[in-house]
Design a protein. Structure first.
Length: 159
């Protein structure tokens, strides 16, 4: 699929507005602080440079094992004498991990899971911290039910 930069419709907003949530009775500060996520949410709410994002995404490709093998097969197809040689001997970079590859203003940009975890300053594995006492008696139940189901009645289904 081919996209042009002007074909991308982007909607930029604050992904999580904790102030509005707290004003409406959903205080989440303890939950995201317990998970050490303040810096992450602060980063999400920073400015977005739309032209750079568009430029990146229209050129983005997933580079995985299959793409690496295809790259190797194409080199061998062009020069059969390379058959049996390693990626390094052919002049290709070794395959390390799955990446999103693109360029911004002619500069190659590779994004891997490791680079994402480094930028957001988080480990790639998660942890569970329960800061809610009891889901059945949570003060949020009425708010969630009203927001999602337009009802405060409890039950498996409400007509």
């Amino acid at each position: 699929m081919s996209l042009e930069e002007w074909e991308l419709n982007m909607h930029v907003e604050n992904p999580v507005d904790f102030i509005s949530l707290a004003f409406h009775g959903c205080e989440l500060r303890d939950i995201y602080q317990a998970r050490d996520l303040e810096d992450y949410f602060r980063m999400l709410n920073e400015p977005t440079y739309l032209s750079l994002v568009r430029h990146f995404w229209v050129r983005a490709q997933v580079y995985d094992r299959k793409a690496a093998q295809l790259e190797l097969d194409e080199k061998i197809l062009l020069d059969p004498s390379l058959q049996g040689k390693t990626r390094e001997e052919i002049g290709l970079e070794p395959f390390r991990c799955t990446e999103i590859r693109s360029s911004i203003m002619g500069i190659p940009v590779y994004i891997s899971e490791a680079s994402i975890t480094w930028v957001i300053r988080r480990a790639s594995e998660g942890k569970f911290v329960n800061v809610l006492d009891n889901n059945k008696t949570s003060p949020w139940n009425d708010i969630v039910n009203k927001t999602m189901f337009n009802s405060t009645k409890k039950g498996k289904s409400v007509s």
